[in-house]
Write a protein that binds this ligand. Structure first.
Ligand SMILES: Cc1cc2nc3c(=O)[nH]c(=O)nc-3n(C[C@H](O)[C@H](O)[C@H](O)COP(=O)(O)OP(=O)(O)OC[C@H]3O[C@@H](n4cnc5c(N)ncnc54)[C@H](O)[C@@H]3O)c2cc1C
Length: 497
């Protein structure tokens, strides 16, 4: 996986104290004691020093940051949970807009909807809705931000049952490049609504999403660990594909780490760790999982009736250095499965894995052009990943990831934007193939013609679209920041009424 980086913006001295007068939220600069902690993102290989970080308190702060960045030509990083593999949640020399203090969650239990601010993590959202026996599907990790995962698509434990996260988005509020807060849904700015469902952070800063909730309470869930062989990997994929839609499976082929209950003799041997959620009747779930248990004597079997929120342990393990290469795939044949096992045994990474997610079900019933996520027909997604400790090792693990990815590519094409590193424009185009790219570029031209939101899996504006002129009344009164002057140690903020 080649990591390519855009030119760094010119650094300039920015006086932090006057900035503090502008924002309701905290401003953290290089001289603050928690600056190093605040600039960290999930991928520990990313080490960038922003000019300052704003922990926004609400949409007005977001609008102020966007206006400040636009007017002063500062690079803007927008961060919800900080899990972007490319490290797009932090800028070198620019502003970080950190949404993690924006965690309001309004549930309408009767209508089964939720308005959620995008500073919430998937775990926080799920534990609150889970207390009411309700859920919206995100991914498989508690600490991923609902902002980034939803904008990318959202492929998780409920993907076959209730579709992608974006299939459960009813509306959003978004601050666009001009600093206005717009509401968008199927009828209001439908082009924008189409684009933000899969098109990432290209179009503005989403402050809140309205989600559909599903009755997902007691599930059959947990992890099944089986010895890995080419036959077991291919059979497991076939079973996951044939399983009822209530069952979604995320299987990682790894060399066995120490796991509670795993026989010591199996440590370091190839295993498949299959995390499974059956979101439906428990007895039907037992029937659905039986064929997996029959593939081989399970080495560990924690699949049992549980609450859905229990699938999201609070912490997923800090800030490892991560390299990955993801791809959608139609099939995994015996040769590919054998290649996975062979390559895993060659890796010197602390943890190397190939994750296989069998898709289909509700995700595949939505048409490929209904949202900016175009890969509805993909039967599965694979992700080759290496986690390592020392930065100096990066090149070795990059080679390993590239080699295995190349061995697997063959008939596979396309990539999930949420699993992309900084891999260059061709790979971003793989995420948004053909007409999806053209449509995104035209919408980008309307809402962000100067590409202010470019620290992301970037779709540059096409010259073909027309600039967006939102109708009066699209924004909330008082939320429009007309200009911000920063210089000579003083800041002036002017608001349009
Ligand atoms: C450990 C781990 C597990 C993962 N598991 C899954 C999974 O199971 N399923 C899945 O689908 N994905 C998964 N992902 C991928 C993840 O969904 C994406 O990387 C996602 O972008 C992370 O969102 P974030 O808010 O945490 O990241 P951030 O780094 O905060 O955001 C990523 C990018 O999204 C944009 N963005 C974020 N919030 C906003 C906002 N409010 N408005 C505008 N733009 C915004 C910005 O461009 C930002 O750079 C996983 C990633 C990791 C590291």
């Amino acid at each position: 996986m080649k990591q390519t980086h855009s030119a760094l913006p010119a650094r300039r001295a920015i006086s932090i104290p006057p900035l503090r007068a502008i924002f309701d939220g905290r401003v953290i600069g290089p001289s603050d004691g928690d600056y190093d902690q605040a600039r960290k993102v999930f991928n520990g290989a990313i080490d960038r020093r922003p000019a300052f970080i704003v922990r926004a308190r609400g949409a007005l702060d977001v609008s102020r940051v966007v206006t400040l960045a636009r007017e002063h030509g500062l690079e803007l990083a927008v961060r919800s949970g900080g899990h972007s593999p490319a490290g797009h949640g932090v800028s070198d020399g620019g502003i970080v807009l950190d949404l993690s203090d924006m965690k309001a969650l309004e549930l309408d239990v009767e209508r089964r909807t939720a308005w959620a601010e995008t500073g919430l993590t998937a775990g926080e959202y799920t534990s609150t809705t889970g207390a009411r026996g309700l859920a919206t599907g995100f991914g498989d990790a508690a600490t991923v931000g609902i902002g980034g995962i939803t904008l990318a698509g959202g492929i998780g434990y409920l993907v076959r049952t209730h579709g992608l996260t974006i299939d459960n988005v009813l509306a959003a509020e978004i601050v666009t490049a001009d600093g206005r807060l717009l509401r968008t849904d199927a009828r209001t700015h439908p082009d924008l609504f189409w684009a933000i469902r899969g098109g990432g952070g290209n179009f503005g800063v989403v402050t809140r999403f309205q989600f559909r909730l599903h009755a997902v309470d007691a599930i059959l869930g947990g992890m099944l660990v089986l010895p890995a062989s080419p036959e077991i990997i291919t059979a497991l994929v076939a079973e996951a594909d044939a399983a009822p839609e209530e069952l979604s499976t995320i299987a990682s082929v790894v060399l066995a780490p120490p796991l509670p209950g795993l026989p010591a003799a199996m440590r370091g041997r190839p295993v498949v760790m299959a995390r499974m959620v059956h979101a439906g009747d428990i007895a039907a779930g037992e029937r659905a999982i039986a064929p997996f248990r029959a593939l081989a004597q399970p080495l560990v079997d924690t699949v049992k009736p549980m609450r859905y929120a229990g699938m999201f342990p609070r912490d997923d393990g800090g800030h490892p250095n991560v390299l990955m290469h993801a791809m959608f795939a139609d099939d995994i044949d015996r040769g590919s499965a054998a290649a996975i096992i062979e390559h895993l045994q060659l890796s010197t990474a602390k943890m190397a894995a190939v994750e296989i997610r069998v898709l289909g079900g509700a995700m595949a019933r939505v048409s490929s052009d209904a949202t900016a996520f175009a890969h509805r027909g993909a039967r599965m997604m694979m992700n080759v990943a290496a986690m390592y400790e020392r930065t100096e090792e990066a090149a070795t693990h990059e080679r390993w990831v590239d080699d295995l990815a190349a061995a697997l590519h063959g008939r596979h094409s396309g990539v999930y934007a949420g699993f992309l590193g900084a891999e260059g424009e061709a790979r971003v185009r793989d995420a948004y193939p053909g007409a999806t790219w053209d449509r995104l570029a035209a919408i980008k031209q309307r809402y962000d013609p100067d590409n202010l939101f470019r620290l992301n899996q970037n779709v540059p504006p096409s010259a073909k679209g027309s600039p967006c002129v939102p109708a009066l009344g699209d924004h909330r009164a008082g939320l429009e920041v007309a200009s911000i002057e920063a210089g000579g140690g003083s800041i002036e903020v002017a608001f349009r009424s």
